[in-house]
Design a protein around this ligand. Structure first.
Ligand code: PEP
Ligand code: MG
Length: 906
């Protein structure tokens, strides 16, 4: 542990009312987010129940030592515990007036619902009577004790929550009542005994010898044991499967650890003047400036988030009898916190008998739409500057806005309505379990996960599903919070849905509709509507807040942003998204569809006449395509790449042809037909290669079949000439792929220049067309100084460069060993998604050497990495001129490039 980091930090007041807080909001790495912000609220003088925080570093020391406490740690914790007891004037476990504490996790980065919490710690068979005495409320006291046993058993001992829920249900049936709130003190006292019995019967004596009393496991009565086991459970929860999955999903490092916060309990379940709630200072779904959240009267802790009872909107709090003052004070605190943090805040609070207590605050998670609106409005409100606004929106989040939404003219059959918890539209088959959603996704089927409520155990299914629909819970329920974080559409609290997960069906109240697993529905997270069948979706538009923020981003970024597009419609779309040119037009994509026939007749025919005709037909088609592309991008560069992939990609699939021949044979087809098919089969076989990715492709194709590059260059130059004559300003550039040596490039450059000169002469116009190459082989990168003498520009093809640097096949790798490499941490991330440092080094070499060979060389990237925000930051740092990515990634790349530039300024 670093010397300047203590093991434990106190927060809150001493017995005299003096603030003894030792931490602050900037200590998230030590105290975790929750601990740091509790400390900050205490510093601000807000009503925070006192407590102490055990550091994240202690968690990692504990985990790294095989779940063993570091030397002296328990003694230090004991000192802080005694200090807390002194400050409050009560002792944990005291039989006459017990102090109860909560034990909560809190990692440096927010992981909502991922980690475990234990409430009401300190209760036992004796202290519960002290609590009754002090509160004069036996029902509350027994309820607190049964909750403690239930949480402790579930969280600390890993017992199934259902064991306890079933016992509660049995009790209610026995008593003929419906709600938990109807259980009496006697009922709850009886349940405590039942729960202790469940504990004894299900906790293994072998695993927990310290809990054996008189030969049997007993619920721990000693507060020291309770506290130690609870802290160990929180530390252990850092490595539980759902926390591990969440970290992987959100790229959070595994070695941060979690802090443990031990804090005096306050109670929202002491009757009608007590309440508990969660709130945001602005609407987390839309960004609107209004208080947003839910509360429950007479409820404790997790009840709100769990979505077990339907909540009331926060705006009603200050109008609720007995809660008016606390409601007013809460609104003042909302403003104060927003002003202090200069951001939208997420808050947890409890009101105990009319008195407000702040339990947590953190910067609130929000949808992309809300993130944009809040950032822009805060600039207008003078709270933050434009740079801060640009840094506030995560580029990955923009994806949410760039995905299909429900068409305004769609025919909708709305069968129910709920809360619009997370925007976006989803269409999919109804599934009732996370496992079913995961299984369907593996088969490529889209689903909507329908649950009464979701729990952290549903995470994998929530990721796999297109959207999430729940019948219970408010806008801050687990489903809503997680869906917003993931950018998944979510409608929650649809009370009309009567779900029977066991039968795999859901009835819609007030109608005779019953949906079964597999039925298709649509949900709209923007309106809260649930619709029968698949509703028509449309592409999003670039306007409003997104447009404004990206304009601001453009003021800061240095990197140019281009798009990878190979048809005029995509080119137009990318221009609307702000692309400043086309960085890669993959011309082979223009040879698909009905054009495939033409290229096939070129490849498969030996007759020169037929081949010449095919080339002429290709020329006609390509010059038309280029005309459309250059016109759509008038005035902006369009890099056209000459034909790249192995020729056999244009041929029929050999296996399918084999099957066809067998079927024809079985059906007794005539010999002539069979002979023709077999001859075709032989030809296709002749083109097969053992390693097609390393075979006859890229510039090698152009060298072996020179008529192809001649045809393509002629089509480019002819389309350009036509547009020039029409008064346009076309700016094509010619790019030669997969070059390994300068000789390849020199040869093909000469061919291109010759053809351009021919077209200039024929058309009577002068055509300036830069000629460059892709750098996608390590040899090209390390000999870039030579290659650059023949190139006007380089474009790094980081897909192939990753493939050839690692020797991983880009087409197979994700289905093969990379998942295992990732889970064993042999690779920190998928190098085909985010550029690997080794590949980045080759890019750097290419840029540096390239400029030695040609000081005017323009350098860009056109591999998939051009649209990955982390990679964009790397390319900015390497001094590239631009990145090029798919049209939908252009807005992300603009924002990521601006953030990289702003980070450089700071
Ligand atoms: C690349 O290899 O990075 C590239 C852009 O080319 P393609 O993906 O078409 O091989
Ligand atoms: Mg390539």
């Amino acid at each position: 542990m670093a010397e300047d980091v203590k093991r434990v930090y106190a927060f809150g007041k001493d017995a005299q009312g003096n603030n003894v807080t030792e931490g602050n909001k900037d200590m998230k790495g030590v105290l975790g987010g929750k601990g740091a912000n509790l400390a900050e609220m205490a510093v601000l003088g807000l009503p925070v129940p006192p407590g102490f925080t055990i550091t994240c570093q202690t968690c990692m020391e504990y985990a790294n030592a095989g779940n063993t406490w570091p030397e002296g740690a328990l003694d230090t914790i004991q000192e802080y515990r005694l200090d807390l007891e002194r400050r409050i004037g009560k002792k944990i476990g005291d039989p006459t007036d017990p102090l109860l504490v909560s034990v909560r996790s809190g990692a440096p980065l927010s992981m909502p619902g991922m980690m475990d919490t234990v409430l009401n710690l300190g209760l036992n068979d004796r202290s519960v009577h002290g609590l009754i005495e002090k509160t004069r409320n036996p029902r509350f006291s027994w309820d607190s004790y049964r909750r403690f046993i239930q949480m402790f058993s579930n969280v600390v001992m890993g017992l199934e929550g259902d064991l306890f829920e079933n016992a509660i249900t049995a009790k209610k049936l026995e008593r003929g009542i419906r709600n938990d709130t109807d259980l009496t003190a006697d009922d709850l006292q009886a349940l405590v005994e039942t729960f202790k019995g469940i504990f004894s019967a299900n906790v293994s004596a072998e695993a927990h010898p310290e809990l054996v009393v008189d030969g049997a496991v007993a619920f721990p009565q000693d507060p020291d044991t309770q506290l130690r086991l609870a802290m160990e459970a929180v530390f252990g929860s850092w490595n539980n499967p759902r926390a591990t999955l969440y970290r992987k999903q959100n790229k959070i490092a595994d070695d941060l650890g979690t802090a443990v916060n031990v804090q005096a309990m306050v109670f929202g379940n002491k009757g009608e003047t007590s309440a508990t709630g969660v709130a945001f200072t602005r609407d987390a779904a839309t960004g609107k400036k209004e208080f947003y959240g839910d509360y429950l009267v007479n409820a404790q802790g997790e009840d709100v988030v769990a979505g077990i009872r339907n909540t009331s909107p926060i705006a009603e709090l200050k109008h609720t009898p007995g809660l008016e003052e606390a409601g007013e004070e809460l609104e003042r605190i909302f403003d104060l916190l927003e002003d202090h943090y200069r951001d939208m805040m997420d808050i947890e609070f409890t009101i105990e008998e009319g008195r407000l207590w702040m339990l947590q605050t953190r910067v609130g998670k929000r949808t992309a739409a809300a993130a944009l609106r809040i950032a822009i409005e805060m600039v207008h409100e003078g709270m933050i500057d434009k740079k801060t606004a640009v840094m506030r929106v995560a580029p990955e989040q923009l994806d949410q806005l760039l995905h299909p939404q429900i068409s305004k003219t769609a025919v909708k059959n709305v069968i129910a309505r709920g809360l619009n918890a997370s925007p976006g539209a989803a269409v999919g088959e109804v599934v009732f379990s996370a496992d079913a959603a995961v299984a369907a996704a593996e088969e490529g089927r889209k689903t909507v996960l329908v649950r009464w409520e979701t729990t952290p155990d549903d995470l994998a299914g929530m990721i796999a599903a297109e959207g999430i629909l729940t019948s219970h819970g408010g806008k801050t329920s687990h489903a809503a919070v997680i869906a917003r974080g993931m950018g998944a559409p979510c409608v929650c609290g649809v009370e009309a849905l009567k779900i029977d997960a066991a039968k795999k069906e859901v009835a819609v109240a007030g109608t005779d509709i019953v949906l079964h697993e597999g039925d298709v529905i649509s949900i709209d997270g923007l309106t809260g509507e649930v619709m029968l069948g698949a509703v028509e979706l449309v592409e999003p538009e670039m306007s409003g807040d997104l447009g404004t923020l990206l304009e601001w981003a453009d003021e800061y970024r240095r990197l140019g942003i281009r798009a990878n597009a190979d048809n005029p419609a995509d080119a137009q779309l990318s221009r609307e998204f702000g692309a400043e040119g086309i960085g890669l037009d993959r011309t082979e994509h223009m040879f698909l569809g009905d054009r495939k026939q033409i290229i096939q007749s070129f490849i498969l025919n030996e007759d020169e006449d037929v081949r010449t005709k095919a080339v002429e037909a290709l020329f006609e088609a390509q010059s038309g395509d280029f005309y459309g592309m250059f016109k759509a991008m008038d005035g902006l560069p369009v890099i056209v790449r000459l034909l790249d992939p192995p020729l056999h990609e244009f041929l029929d699939n050999a296996r399918a042809l084999d099957v066809q021949i067998a079927k024809l044979e079985a059906a007794g087809a005539d010999e002539a037909t069979l002979a023709e098919k077999r001859a075709l089969m032989d030809k296709i076989d002749g083109f097969a290669e053992q390693n097609p990715m390393l075979g006859l492709r890229g510039c090698r194709l152009a060298i072996v079949y020179p008529v192809l590059p001649r045809m393509q260059v002629r089509a480019i130059a002819t389309a350009m000439a036509k547009l020039v004559k029409e008064g346009f300003d076309p700016k094509p550039e010619i790019m030669i792929p997969l070059v390994a040596t300068v000789n390849e490039l020199a040869k093909l450059r000469a061919v291109a220049e010759e053809v351009i000169a021919e077209v200039e002469a024929a058309e009577g116009v002068s055509l300036k067309i830069p000629i460059g190459t892709m750098i996608e082989l390590p040899r090209a990168a390390v000999t870039a100084d030579e290659i650059a003498t023949q190139a006007d520009f380089f474009s790094f093809g980081t897909n192939d460069l990753t493939q050839t640097t690692f020797g991983f096949s880009r087409d197979d790798v994700e289905a093969e060993f990379v998942p295992q490499y990732l889970s064993e941490k042999l690779l920190p991330y998928n190098p085909f998604a985010t550029v690997d440092p080794g590949v980045a080094k080759l890019v750097e070499m290419g840029v540096t050497f390239g400029h030695e060979g040609n000081p005017d060389l323009v350098c860009g990237v056109c591999g998939e990495h051009g649209g990955d925000p982390d990679s964009v930051k790397t390319f900015h740092a390497l001094g590239l001129d631009y990145v090029s990515c798919s049209p939908y990634r252009v807005p992300l790349a603009r924002l990521a490039a601006a953030q990289a530039a702003i980070a450089d300024m700071e």
